[in-house]
Design a protein around this ligand. Structure first.
Ligand SMILES: C[S@@+](CC[C@H](N)C(=O)[O-])C[C@H]1O[C@@H](n2cnc3c(N)ncnc32)[C@H](O)[C@@H]1O
Length: 297
């Protein structure tokens, strides 16, 4: 684990006891939850329909990956629309809180369960490499993206965990907030040199060193989605800003929701093109493409 990811792990382990306990934190989670629920159709996932007449629909497995799940805000928001949820987070304390909350809300560990892991490590751990952590209908990162060391790699690695052609990646994060972080880092240095000789900084300054990216523009997100093999990019900015009551003061940030669908594999695209061509020529091409991609006479 890189030093930066380790700093995140430690900081979120420390935060886990109080995470989502303050009124502003509840409000922010609710804001994100409402925004996702209002955009259910726009997200373009084949959600569960628990009251459907069709038995096939009721038994369909709809799989959510809640990446950087924390205590489970995204799981709570989208849980009723899916059947199976897996969470991943680098903080073992956050994962413990997530699993406690899932069990106490009546979900079995088969329905919702989180594990400690880092999908962006050089060597991805076996506990997140098996079939249980593949082929998701939707993967969501709720307010974790700006804490990642390499966001472009994050999109690529998450895209690989989606169902080809239909799996949707959703990122909820902040528009650029560089000015605010520069101000905080300046205050942090000031504390070190004057008021705080032992180097113990206030909470918000502690969190500033867990942030590598001070928000993202639409153009940056769109490029990262395309480079990561995603299609159908979509973008929404919430009207109401996020309000955070940190120890260093009140902060306002604008929240965006970005989405994209995993492209068909290069092979899948070729098959689609070739199938259409063959049909158009009424089978006159004299050879057939087999399921394994070889050609037969
Ligand atoms: C601001 S919290 C968001 C938690 C939750 N998604 C929510 O909406 O409340 C960010 C989370 O990202 C996790 N995190 C940071 N870097 C990570 C990484 N490389 N892989 C997995 N989780 C990570 C942290 O441990 C933390 O729980």
């Amino acid at each position: 684990m890189s030093a930066f990811t380790e700093a995140n792990r430690k900081a979120f382990n420390d935060l886990s006891a109080t995470y989502n306990t303050k009124p502003w934190q509840h409000k922010l989670s609710q804001q994100v939850s409402d925004a996702l629920q209002q955009r259910r159709e726009w997200l373009g996932v084949a959600w569960t329909k628990p009251n459907a007449d069709d038995d096939d629909d009721k038994s369909r497995d709809v799989r959510l990956l809640d990446y950087a799940c924390g205590t489970g805000a995204i799981t709570k928001a989208l849980g009723p629309s899916v059947t199976t949820i897996r969470g991943i987070d680098i903080s073992e304390s956050m994962v413990a809180k997530y699993n406690e909350a899932a069990l106490s809300s009546g979900l079995t560990s088969e329905q919702a369960h989180a594990v400690v892991g880092d999908l962006f490590a050089a060597q991805v751990a076996p506990q997140i490499s098996g079939p249980e952590f593949q082929l998701f209908d939707i993967a969501v990162i709720g307010l974790g993206f700006h804490h990642f060391e390499d966001p472009a790699l994050a999109i690529k690695r998450l895209a690989e965990r989606l169902k080809p052609e239909t799996g949707v990646l959703v990122i909820i994060d902040f528009l650029p907030f560089a000015d605010e972080v520069a101000r905080e880092q300046h205050q942090h240095q000031h504390q070190h040199s004057h008021e705080n000789p032992d180097g113990v900084a206030g909470r918000s300054s502690e969190m500033a060193h867990t942030i590598k990216h001070t928000g993202f523009t639409r153009a940056e997100m769109e490029k990262m989605f395309a480079d990561g093999g995603m299609e159908g990019f979509g973008w929404n900015v919430l009207n109401e800003p996020a309000v955070m009551e940190m120890e260093s003061g009140r902060k306002e940030r604008k929240i965006f929701i970005a989405k994209g669908r995993r492209s068909a594999t290069a092979w899948g695209k070729l098959r689609g093109w070739f199938g259409g061509l063959q049909e158009a020529m009424g089978g006159q091409m004299g050879m057939m493409m087999r399921a394994d991609g070889r050609f037969t006479e």
